[in-house]
Design a binder for this molecule. Structure first.
Ligand code: AP5
Ligand code: MG
Length: 214
């Protein structure tokens, strides 16, 4: 199964993408996670992307297409994948089509939620610095404050979750990524899900759209 999760920053792509990928037994390919990892390791990719990621601008399409092309060529993606955060522009969507060739996408799930909801969610988001697990001090608290339930790693906030940067990311989303909704609707792949409900209900709707047990 080859699935793309679309949606504004904070709509829940990472939260649900992990769970969905586990249920489908395919890798989660989250381009934001890959870039943050490269930044923390100081690789050439990380150094070239750092300023864009921290300020909420998009990394150039050519860089992203190279990165995703390489990732999807790996053996574990042969049975399918869940893409989170890619494609993010029409040229990226066209490039993904070329990368996939005969392999087609099965579903594009669009997580629909209002901007004011996500600004609040992102202010409360904490991430594990080791395994990347996602928490929220309002809706998905860790058992011990500041510590990851899964691996015991320290939780931290993302520099691009400051309210002013979140607003910039929402503007970028509207300009660059929102056109993909119509793009994938025309392709007959789009499935809208109300992402303002509780996380459990949102996941159940995604699972139904993709045809996997919730
Ligand atoms: P990326 O990491 O992809 O960030 P994003 O798209 O802005 O999305 P987020 O990760 O902020 O949100 P999410 O939808 O994953 O929400 P989450 O599940 O965490 O990209 C970061 C940057 O990398 C970009 O700005 C760009 O610079 C670069 N980049 C990445 N891909 C690129 C590309 N293809 N091209 C160019 N540049 C690229 O949930 C958010 C919070 O809400 C959590 O705290 C969670 O617990 C909580 N939550 C989730 N669902 C619910 C719910 N239903 N109810 C209550 N709380 C909820
Ligand atoms: Mg994410």
């Amino acid at each position: 199964m080859r699935v793309v999760l679309l949606g504004v920053p904070g709509s829940g792509k990472g939260t649900h993408g992990r769970r969905l990928a586990t249920a489908l037994r395919v890798p989660l390919v989250a381009t934001g996670d890959i870039l943050r990892q490269a930044i923390s390791e100081g690789t050439p990719l990380g150094r070239s992307a750092e300023a864009d990621v921290k300020s909420g601008r998009l990394v150039p399409d050519a860089t992203m297409l190279g990165l995703v092309g390489e990732r999807l060529a790996a053996g574990d993606a042969a049975r399918g994948f869940v893409l989170d955060g890619f494609p993010r522009t029409v040229p990226q969507a066209e490039g993904l089509g070329r990368i996939l060739g005969e392999r087609r996408l099965d579903r594009v799930v669009n997580l629909v939620v209002a901007a004011e909801v996500v600004v609040n969610r992102l202010k409360d988001r904490w991430l594990c610095g080791i395994c990347g697990a996602i928490y929220n001090v309002a809706s998905a608290r860790p058992r011990t404050q500041g510590v990851c339930d899964r691996c015991g790693g320290m939780l931290k906030q993302r520099p691009d979750d400051r309210a002013d940067t979140v607003r910039d990311r929402l503007v970028v989303y509207e300009r660059e990524t929102a056109p993909l909704v119509a793009y994938y609707e025309r392709a007959g792949l789009l499935h809208n899900v109300d992402a303002s409900a509780t996380a459990e209900r949102v996941y159940a709707a995604i699972a139904e759209a993709v045809g996997v047990a919730a």
